[in-house]
Design a protein around this ligand. Structure first.
Ligand code: SF4
Ligand code: SF4
Length: 437
């Protein structure tokens, strides 16, 4: 694609990087078929190719973009399916992040939208604030139909995402056995130690699905690694980045780099939330300092599952989180590990399409997100599996209300299969799950 940036504009490294990305696009349109918003809406401006054109025009022109451009950029999920498909290697993440930052800096959103976006950034990046918000949300939950009738879609969408509908799934019981902020921050090197890892603590996952971190600590310890929860670590910055609050995201990244620097020598920084992992892996681009980040499934695939095995019989649908399959290009390892651990793994049709979670997308674009969720849930149900495993807390929260089966993180299953406790979501009082352990 041709560009016409001025020399002055190209003095900005961000613009220079965007120009390089735009120029790689040859307009072939391969990406349109795998873009969820184009699949749903059939509008070129809601396809990667169309958005690249809009972004080019916006960045070249400078200043406040037209509302229509903001609408089509806002509808992008940042799922990066286009990056997986593109044969020319267009760095779409660079473009969409730059576009969002430009819009945030130059576009005057209506004040309710501004308030909502600022509120989401304030609440979702701190576990303590999120806990309070969830408590308040439960109090006003009966008002969800009223909010829907009044057209307050983001509020209604937030209430639908509250964890109680997936009590048997992601946010389930067994909280007493989970790790909390009052638990130790170091899990010492096992007898046959192989190294030391920082486990990213995250913001949303410890509140919505605390059992995931507990399972991860057990699995990593059993695999021979000392696990450290770094003091002073905060949000990875992914949500702020998604909202175009780039400077806030950069400040979070820098604070984390300082916290990890104080933690001593490590083998890797391991994440259990794929969305955070993608953000960590972009620190090189975002703040110029790459970190040894690994998704936990990628890490366990490299170091090997613990040798212990339980004889299990359970069909598991593997839902590939976009941040894992597109953002980090980790595709084969998760289903392979689950199969190696003894599960009967079913892949989901249209697995490349996003479930609609995408950071705060399911709140900000709730109609599109619900359509994607229902499509994904139908494909998952069609596998006939007893349980679905998703490696990102956002996907777990998004899918649970639409599914009759429990939603777990793959790490919970791997932990169980190698000697850990049965995931709380599978210990359903009604005995729905027929899993032998
Ligand atoms: S990131 Fe996803 S939604 Fe956005 S243009 Fe690419 S494929 Fe489409
Ligand atoms: S597949 Fe790549 S090169 Fe082709 S239109 Fe899409 S972004 Fe451009």
């Amino acid at each position: 694609m041709r560009t016409a940036f001025t020399a002055e504009q190209l003095a900005d490294p961000q613009t220079a990087a965007s120009q390089a990305a735009i120029r790689k696009c040859v307009h072939c349109g391969f990406c349109t078929a795998t873009c969820p918003t184009y699949v749903l809406l059939g509008d070129e401006r809601d396809s990667p190719r169309g958005r690249i054109e809009l972004i080019r025009e916006m960045l070249e022109t400078g200043g406040p973009p037209p509302t229509s451009t903001v609408t089509h950029v806002d509808r992008c999920l940042s799922c990066l399916a286009c990056t997986t498909t593109c044969p020319s290697g267009v760095d779409y993440a660079q473009l969409i992040d730059h576009a969002r930052e430009h819009i945030e800096a130059h576009y005057n959103r209506p004040w309710p939208e501004k308030l909502l976006r600022a509120g989401l950034a304030w609440v979702l990046t701190r576990p303590a604030r999120l806990r309070v918000a969830l408590f308040l949300g439960h109090l006003v939950r009966p008002m969800e139909p009223l909010f829907t009738r009044l057209g307050l879609k983001p509020l209604a969408a937030m209430l639908r995402l509250l964890p109680s509908p997936f009590r048997r799934g992601a946010g389930g019981g067994g909280a007493s056995s989970e790790l909390t902020t009052s638990t130790p921050t170091r899990y010492p090197l096992p007898a046959r130690g192989r190294g030391r890892v920082i486990l990213l603590q995250g913001c949303v996952e410890p509140v919505m699905a605390p059992q995931v971190r507990a399972a991860a600590v057990r699995l990593l310890s059993r695999a021979g690694f000392e696990v450290v929860l770094a003091s002073g670590e905060g949000c990875c910055g992914a949500l702020s980045e998604h909202l175009g609050r780039a400077e806030e995201a950069r400040a979070m990244a820098r604070a984390n780099l300082a916290a990890w620097g104080r933690a001593g020598k490590i083998t890797a920084i391991v994440t259990t939330a794929a969305g955070c992992g993608t953000m960590l892996k972009s620190y090189g681009r975002v703040v110029g300092e790459a970190v040894p980040a690994k998704d936990i499934l990628e890490f366990i695939d490299e170091v090997g599952l613990p040798a212990e095995r339980r004889a299990l019989s359970l069909t598991v649908a593997y839902h590939a989180a976009c941040s894992l399959q597109h953002g980090q290009q980790i595709k084969a390892a998760p289903p392979r590990l689950l199969a190696e651990a003894g599960f009967d793994v079913r892949l989901v049709a249209e697995g490349h399409l996003c479930c609609g979670s995408a950071g705060a997308y399911n709140i900000l674009q709730s109609d599109l997100a619900t359509r994607l969720r229902d499509r994904k849930a139908a494909n998952i149900a069609a596998t006939g599996a007893a349980v679905v495993a998703a490696g990102n807390v956002g996907c777990m929260a998004q899918l649970a209300p639409a599914l009759a089966m429990p939603v777990v993180h793959p790490v919970e299953l791997l932990d169980w299969a190698t000697g850990g406790p049965k995931p709380a979501a599978l210990v359903a009082p009604e005995g729905v799950i027929q899993a032998r352990a």
